[in-house]
Design a protein around this ligand. Structure first.
Ligand code: PEP
Ligand code: MN
Length: 346
């Protein structure tokens, strides 16, 4: 970090800053020859808090010299990370990873029929929550352990990979035992103990963007997982909170393109939570693929009108099948494809 002083700052002001840096056990490097005094804090490992220096007499501003994340940055690893999954699938390579299914597991019939439908349309993974983060404590909270058991059954029936959410440290192991990819939801994006727990797991992690998180906040959350030793993080844009009641969220496709530049990690997009409205999901799925998303997470339900959560944004299976055909065409134009589905229809 660089400490820039005001033009009228004195040598005493500079000496005070240097003394504080040295008290912290770090080296201070004044930069001569500028019109203003400036001191670099060398090798700051986090000990020098910019806020402590910003209020010292004579200091005008603190300029960060390095990004607040390291291992997720493109400079750390120039080639894209390809997260390997079972069944020879992967995320971040040329093929898109298509994850579809209901918001929540409700009954065996519901999850089994939905899984069969999305598989027939070419999805490679079923998504559905057993532990649901709901804004109201009185809303359906998911079937819990019984839901995980139903996911196991459906995996055997269909051969689809399973993506499901871990909400807390307490249930992380149970979820990870069933999931091929463990989802960390938007509301938990900054649950640092959960992120560290996921970082000690060997399962790939799908990290959704928090509803009010900046892109940098989101990358720092991914850094927590990588820093604990798990390199297999897939980011997922799912919309950030806006003020317009016509849509549920602002689906930020800028973030998809920006993350591709800032990080080597794969990034998917979730047009279901991004829009909140079934009629908007297909157009925005097409847009997300065009923007360079490495995959899609889409809510599909055999009877969306009876869904216990997120029915209004869940596609009917026929709409999902149409979406798949549309994105197949868009993917081809930008040199990408859909994996050969487990149903063999791809
Ligand atoms: C979900 O995927 O059903 C979900 C709860 O998503 P988010 O965390 O993005 O709200
Ligand atoms: Mn949902």
């Amino acid at each position: 970090m660089l400490i820039l002083f005001r033009a009228d700052a004195s040598s005493t002001d500079e000496a005070r800053a240097v003394a504080l840096i040295e008290e912290l056990g770090l080296a201070a490097q004044p930069i001569p020859g500028l019109r203003r005094r400036a001191v670099v804090v060398v090798g700051n490992d986090g000990r020098a808090d910019p806020a402590r220096f910003a209020t010292l007499p004579g200091v005008e501003e603190i300029v960060p010299l390095s990004k607040p994340y390291r291992m997720v940055a493109r400079d750390w690893r120039p080639e894209p990370t390809i997260v390997s999954l079972p069944n020879g699938l992967s995320v971040g390579g040329p093929d898109l990873f298509i994850v579809a299914g209901p918001c929540s597991i409700e009954t065996y019939q519901q999850i089994s029929a939905t899984a069969a439908a999305v598989r027939a349309a070419g999805a490679t993974a079923i998504r559905a929550g057993a532990f649901k983060p709901r804004t109201s404590p009185y809303a359906f909270q998911g079937l819990g352990r019984a839901g995980l058991e139903l996911l196991e059954v459906v995996r055997k029936e269909t051969g689809l990979l399973v993506v499901t959410e871990a909400m807390d440290d307490e249930t992380f192991d149970e979820v990870a035992a069933v999931a091929d990819v463990v989802q960390i939801g938007a509301r938990n994006m900054q649950n640092f103990s959960l992120l560290k727990r996921a970082g000690r797991s060997t399962k790939p992690v799908l990290l959704k963007r928090g509803p009010a998180a900046s892109i940098v906040d989101w990358l720092m959350s991914a850094e927590y997982v990588l820093a604990e030793g798990n390199p297999n993080v897939i980011l997922c844009e799912r919309g950030i909170r806006g003020g317009d009641s016509s849509t549920r969220n602002i689906f930020d496709l800028n973030a998809v393109a920006a993350v591709k530049q800032l990080s080597h990690l794969p990034v998917m997009a979730d047009p279901s939570h991004g829009t909140g409205r079934r009629a908007l999901v297909r157009p925005m799925a097409r847009a997300a693929v065009a923007a360079g998303a490495d995959g899609l997470l889409v809510e599909v339900h055999v009877q969306p009108d009876q869904a216990l959560s997120d029915g209004a944004q869940s596609l009917y299976p026929e709409q999902f099948a149409l979406m798949m055909e549309e994105i197949r065409g868009i993917a081809a134009v930008i040199g990408r494809g859909l994996p050969k589905s487990v149903a063999g229809s791809g």
